[in-house]
Write a protein that binds this ligand. Structure first.
Ligand SMILES: Nc1ncnc2c1ncn2[C@@H]1O[C@H](COP(=O)(O)OP(=O)(O)OP(=O)(O)O)[C@@H](O)[C@H]1O
Ligand SMILES: [Mg+2]
Length: 318
């Protein structure tokens, strides 16, 4: 795999605030990478440094062979869609796309040709001559994509490309990104795991300016997949009280205790109980025995697996 972007020790401080605290990662050619993290994690700051719009406090970046003093020259190979793009509402979509192409240094004729191709590509040909002020949120975001792609960048960077959209706009843009990621290398930020899961090959999870977890999303999913047993108790106080006591007893177990060999963790919220287990069969059998013996009223028992959502919540929890 060829590395397109390599980031080492990237750091940004704003006065006393450390927005990005020394992160390392690489992006390979042709991959679609999600930068995932909660509000304030440092996504926009990271993306703006990579796009060359903000200078780093420390760290190095190598993009497509450009480093240090030369990094700015690499900028022409990056397409960037900001978190809240602003447009000139009085312009038409076509005028705006041509203007973006000219700003990237394309000659007038090429800019017009590319702008038309891109508007077609993002499904805006029919609205190309309409004022941007009359576009929907989804249309504006698609115009933003056309603008970011007009100069055929090697890396397309998007900051929260679907977060501000309603469900219809979101669908439109996700569908388009699904196609675009086949054509170019993509880095996008999001705070929503399902957007990352839908689009990306690789994920970089950041929290408080640090990388909490990174890698191939399918591999992460497999590696962290653990069997679980979920119980729903009936809403009777005796059962819930018994269970709460049982859980407290279990939390004091030593490693030699019998249950510790197959139950790893227990979470309880009222009548809903969730066991993360090492081995489903022995855990299930044991639990059913205990619950029957103690006459605990169970209304549902379900076997499943921890999801990526569980992992994400654990990794980014405050
Ligand atoms: N110009 C600035 N001056 C001071 N602090 C800043 C500045 N820009 C960002 N920060 C701080 O840096 C941290 C990271 O902000 P950033 O915008 O990169 O996060 P984010 O992950 O993009 O969040 P969101 O999901 O809300 O867009 C935050 O604590 C933020 O308040
Ligand atoms: Mg942001």
């Amino acid at each position: 795999m060829t590395t397109l972007l390599e980031v080492k020790g990237l750091t940004k401080t704003f006065g006393a605030v450390q927005a990005v605290g020394g992160i390392d990662f690489s992006i390979h050619v042709g991959r679609c990478v999600a930068l995932l993290g909660p509000n304030g994690a440092g996504k926009t700051t990271t993306i703006r440094m990579i796009a060359g719009l903000l200078s780093q406090t420390a760290g190095t970046m190598r993009f497509h062979g450009f480093v240090k003093g030369d990094y700015g020259k690499g900028k022409v190979h990056i397409g960037y869609l900001p978190q809240s793009p602003s447009f000139y509402n009085w312009m038409s979509g076509l005028e705006y796309a041509v203007y973006a192409g000219r700003l990237c240094g394309l000659p007038a004729g090429t800019a017009l040709k590319r702008a038309k191709e891109l508007l077609e590509r993002v499904g805006l040909s029919g609205a190309a001559k309409r004022r941007i002020g009359s576009y929907s949120g989804g249309m504006k975001q698609r115009l933003g994509l056309a603008q970011a792609l007009v100069h055929s960048p090697k890396l397309l960077i998007m900051d929260e490309p679907v977060s501000a959209l309603d469900p219809i706009g979101r669908r439109e843009v996700l569908g388009l990104l699904q196609e675009l990621k086949e054509e170019t290398t993509v880095l996008f930020s999001t705070h929503a795991l399902h957007d990352a899961e839908e689009l990306c090959d690789d994920v970089i999870i950041i929290r408080k300016g640090q990388i909490a977890l990174q890698g191939n999303i399918a591999a992460i999913r497999n590696e962290h997949r653990k069997p679980i047993i979920e119980l729903q108790l009936e809403q009777d106080e005796v059962s819930i009280k018994w269970f709460t006591d049982y859980k407290d007893r279990l939390s004091r177990w030593s490693d030699e205790a019998q249950e510790a060999s197959f139950i790893q963790n227990i979470e309880q919220q009222g009548a809903a109980v969730r066991f993360t287990v090492r081995e489903v069969d022995s855990a299930r059998q044991h639990l059913l025995e205990v619950l029957t013996r103690e006459k605990v009223k169970v209304s549902r028992l379900e076997i499943g697996h921890t999801s990526l959502e569980d992992l994400f919540m654990k990794v980014v929890a405050p």
